[in-house]
Design a protein around this ligand. Structure first.
Ligand code: NAD
Length: 386
């Protein structure tokens, strides 16, 4: 069996730090195990163009392992060429780099390691909210420059306390973000999601659901994006939606770059309509050197908290998604059923993840079987099919 893995190059860091498992060099720790079973493992970061390793080896690979951090884009055309392909495994969370409709059509399974990095991302979201609201980056840059002018920083620094913070998407990550924000005493936590949180879950974080997206953003001082990228969310945060944001609000996106319109966000920041934009996801990865999100600033020369895509690839997260990738492969090789929460596309059909997630959250919050059943029904009725 040929296994093709498209991972990011770790260079010197990966040699010095073997826990950088998600790299070309450290190969998710899979090589000794797969080779001992007689399987072929091809690992590369070369993923663009017809002569890339990705496009050459996809033709006869049975298993494709990719990662959202350095996405090998498996288009419908490439899927056509992948004659042997049976299963795509995302080492991480978010399989929007795979054409899921084509996978359904070609009967290729798509799995990801659900939950493996959701805490890592939620922590990054909270950090990004704080660094924008408190005007941290310009303050640090001032110190590095050797300057000291407190008023230049303080004129745009606020407390998070008493702000309205909202998440678009209240699944595994969105919910964890809300949980972590409770101790900051926000004025209110709100969410927009077509799957309502079960009552017990919403109550545990005191979150109110707003059903209309424009209405939702108009109430927020801070908006954080935590929904998947799919046909319904591509370009969701565009010029029209941004015009409904509060003037001077902050936007954090660690979900996927293409959910936010690149130029509309840059324009909103430049004009002062947005006070800050932060996140780690880009519409193309790696982001080109001249990508406007690298350098765009608000009217006071700050408000940019962009970093490379790393929030979900902390060393802790890498250990979890490497282990999860191996478990999925073990199940595949043994013909065992996969953990339902990891299935994005089963054999020829879509599966729902949000449903499983909410069921898990719910069962951790209540032992009342009646409440559980009532909520389970509500969740099942409203859970999305991605
Ligand atoms: N930056 C990173 O390193 C990183 C790491 C992990 C995940 N992610 C991204 O975060 C996303 C969310 O991850 P998760 O584990 O919380 O997923 P999840 O499936 O647990 O939750 C997603 C939630 O979004 C909701 N949703 C879907 N479409 C929506 C829409 N149109 N409007 C509002 N809500 C919508 C779903 O109902 C669900 O509740 C992933 O799909 C991935 O793209 C990024």
């Amino acid at each position: 069996m040929k296994v093709l893995a498209i991972l990011y190059r770790g260079a010197k860091a990966a040699t010095a730090e073997p826990r950088l498992l998600g790299t070309v060099e450290n190969q998710l720790g899979l090589r000794p195990w797969l080779n001992s079973l007689g399987h072929e493992l091809v690992v590369s970061d070369d993923k663009e163009g017809p002569n890339s390793d990705f496009q050459k080896h996809i033709e006869d690979a049975e298993v494709l392992i990719t990662t959202p951090f350095h996405p090998g884009y498996l288009t419908a055309d490439l899927m056509e060429k992948a004659k042997n392909l049976k299963i795509c495994i995302t080492a991480g969370v978010g399989s929007d780099h795979i054409d899921l409709n084509a996978a359904v059509k070609k009967n290729v399974e798509v799995l990801e390691v659900s939950g493996s990095n959701v805490t890592s991302v939620a922590e990054h979201v909270v950090m990004s909210i704080l660094l924008l609201v408190r005007n941290f980056v310009p303050a640090h840059e001032m110190i590095e420059r050797g300057d000291w002018q407190v008023s230049d920083i303080a004129r745009n620094a606020f407390d998070l306390e008493n702000k309205v913070i909202g998440t678009i998407g209240a699944g595994r990550i969105g919910y964890r973000v809300l949980q972590r924000l409770v101790p900051f005493d926000p004025k209110e936590l709100i969410y927009y999601d077509y799957a309502p949180l079960p009552d017990a879950v919403a109550k545990s974080v005191n979150a109110r659901r707003v059903e209309d997206l424009k209405e939702f953003v108009s109430q927020c001082d801070v908006v954080t994006v935590n929904c998947p990228l799919h046909e319904g969310t591509h370009g969701l945060v565009n010029a029209d939606l941004l015009s409904h944001f509060k003037k001077g609000s902050w936007l954090v996106n660690t979900a996927r770059g293409a959910i936010c319109d690149k130029d509309a966000v840059a324009q909103a920041l430049k004009s002062g309509h947005l006070n800050g934009y932060a996140g780690d996801v880009w519409n193309v990865q790696p982001a080109p050197k001249d990508h406007i999100w690298r350098t765009v600033k608000n009217t006071l020369g700050g408000g940019n908290g962009m970093v490379p895509h790393y929030s979900g690839t902390t060393l802790d997260a890498q250990a979890r998604y490497a282990q999860g990738t191996r478990s999925i492969l073990e199940n595949y090789l043994a013909g065992k059923p996969q953990d339902p929460q990891n299935i994005i596309v089963g054999q020829g059909k879509y599966a729902s993840k949000a449903c499983e997630c909410l069921l898990l959250l719910l069962s951790s919050l209540t032992t009342d079987p009646v409440l559980q059943m009532a909520n389970v029904k509500a969740v099942r009725l409203h859970s999305p099919i991605l």
